[in-house]
Write a protein that binds this ligand. Structure first.
Ligand code: SF4
Ligand code: SF4
Length: 257
């Protein structure tokens, strides 16, 4: 599939979908709209998306962020987020789309591209977003995929597109974002806390430097096997960092938590 998330002309279908909901859809290079959904788009990147993309491109995370992303604040959370930076062409294309060829990083495409034509409520501020398994349709007028006759349940689609694994890896991060969103607006994070959230979530290579080149490991007891793993395993470092962040953010924001 060549896909995107939340394009400017998208109509969000408010129908609430669960894992067993069914829909008809197929995307393939033969559709007349091929690659149209990869232009004029706003794709939120998850931490695991960034790990996959920077590895695919052979870039350190800070270079990947500088070249390919734009920073934002995630609505209602005051937390930093990043989106894929569009090209400065007429169609505001995704940097990874090629005419006729489609997505050149297909195996490592972001989670939002995999979910399309579904959106995931947890990161899109829909009512009930805290509920597990809440999805909705993103309808773009140009998308012909709904006219094809392949039928899927949401669960089948998620498995086919490989989002189950991604959701599993991102779960603790998503929980953290959703939990922060439930805080009263007057509870603000310090700039330092936001910087830490950004570094752990998106800029994993400097986070590794922070862990190994500061007094971090002297202040925080971590067993030797874990320390060895954190030296080279980005996903293990992300999981460790999110766990650490939870303590940091929620202790300072809500001493009763
Ligand atoms: S990453 Fe790939 S699938 Fe996603 S919008 Fe870009 S070209 Fe399309
Ligand atoms: S069918 Fe939909 S998802 Fe597939 S290329 Fe066309 S617009 Fe994109």
């Amino acid at each position: 599939m060549s896909a995107a998330n939340l394009p400017s002309d998208a109509r969000i279908n408010p129908m609430r979908l669960g894992n067993n909901s069914r829909f008809q859809f197929k995307c393939h290079p033969g559709v007349s709209c091929f690659t149209q959904c990869c232009r004029g788009i706003n794709i939120i990147l998850t931490p695991y998306d960034i790990i996959r993309l920077k590895t695919r491109l052979g870039l350190p995370s800070d270079e990947f962020l500088a070249i390919y992303t734009e920073p934002h604040l995630l609505e209602k959370t005051d937390l930093p987020m990043v989106t894929l930076k569009q090209l400065d062409d007429e169609q505001s294309s995704c940097p990874f789309v090629r005419d006729g060829e489609g997505c050149i990083i297909y195996e490592d495409r972001p989670t939002a591209c995999r979910y399309y034509p579904l959106g995931v409520a947890a990161l899109q501020h829909k009512e009930g977003a805290d509920d597990e398994g809440f999805f909705f349709f993103i309808h773009e007028p140009h998308c012909k995929g709904f006219e094809e006759n392949n039928e899927w349940s949401v669960a089948e689609w998620r498995q086919d597109q490989g989002v189950d694994l991604r959701d599993q890896i991102n779960a603790a991060w998503t929980d953290l974002v959703v939990r922060k969103r439930s805080f009263p607006p007057n509870i603000q994070l310090t700039e330092q806390a936001k910087k830490m959230f950004f570094m752990v979530s998106y800029n994993i290579d400097p986070f590794r430097q922070f862990v190994f080149e500061s007094s971090f490991l002297k202040r925080m007891p971590v067993d030797e096997a874990t320390v060895e793993k954190l030296k080279t395993d980005d996903v293990a470092l992300l999981t460790f960092g999110i766990d650490w962040l939870k303590g940091l953010l929620f202790k300072q924001s809500n001493p009763q938590a």
